[in-house]
Design a protein around this ligand. Structure first.
Ligand code: ADE
Length: 225
């Protein structure tokens, strides 16, 4: 998979890709992530990429021309499955959407900033609008990092144990069951006996039961979907 991220502040975005699972995925060649600074695509003085909005009102708007130039340059090199715009009024990211995106080959992720982008960018170039939740970030960059993290870890070959993404919370619309590690007893608090029993069918059934109970208690809305 190849992800091209367009942003005015690439520095906000880089560190999540420089450690742990995302770095390993990049080092393995399972995913390529490229950052494009919108300021490299403007001819205006001071590398201007934003301007006041027509009609008045607070807040700057990212202009269409540099975004068009950047997206067009990328599209000349390869075809893209989606041009995703990160925005609080997009469709809320969930595990199902992440699963779908993880199957794609090339995506562009456009990060808004300030008041967002000129509406014509959304009308002409964007194929999918994604929010990471009902709150407003100062830009789309942190949202893009969240989207990339959740998508990249689902690509086959990224997680060491291939089955571990399948047992994540939200796969199958259930929360994950509780997990324990050593010691088996800590200050009088014991790990459930079944997990130490070596009886794998019993362990599996306990985990399913716990996942269901936890979902019923904490997120009953998931069971209704
Ligand atoms: N940009 C600003 N707020 C956002 C959000 N909640 N999700 C995605 N992008 C955003």
């Amino acid at each position: 998979m190849r992800i091209d991220i367009i942003t005015v502040v690439p520095d906000i975005l880089k560190s999540p890709f420089e450690a742990s699972i995302l770095k390993r995925a990049i080092d393995k060649g399972v995913v390529e992530v490229h950052f494009h600074n919108l300021r490299d695509y403007t001819d205006l003085s001071y590398n201007q990429v934003d301007d006041y909005q027509f009609g008045g009102g607070a807040g700057m708007v990212l202009m269409i021309e540099p975004i068009d130039k950047c997206i067009s340059a990328l599209k000349e090199e390869r075809d893209y499955d989606e041009v995703i715009y990160m925005t609080p009024d997009g469709k809320t990211l969930d595990q199902k959407m992440a699963n779908g995106l993880s199957l794609l080959k090339n995506i562009i992720v456009l990060c808004g900033h300030y008041k967002g982008v000129d509406q014509r960018v959304r009308d002409l170039f964007v194929t999918k609008e994604v929010s990471i939740g009902d709150y407003v970030l100062s830009g789309g960059e942190l949202g893009a990092a969240v989207l990339c993290d959740t998508v990249i870890r689902l690509i086959p070959g990224v997680l060491n144990n291939e089955t571990s993404a399948l047992t994540d919370t939200f796969q199958d619309n259930l929360l994950a069951p509780p997990v324990y590690t050593r010691p088996a007893e800590y200050k009088g608090h014991k790990v459930p006996d079944v997990l130490l029993s070596g009886n794998f069918p019993a362990i599996e059934s306990w985990r399913e039961d716990q996942a269901y109970k936890r979902t019923e208690e904490l997120r009953p809305d998931l069971l209704k979907e």
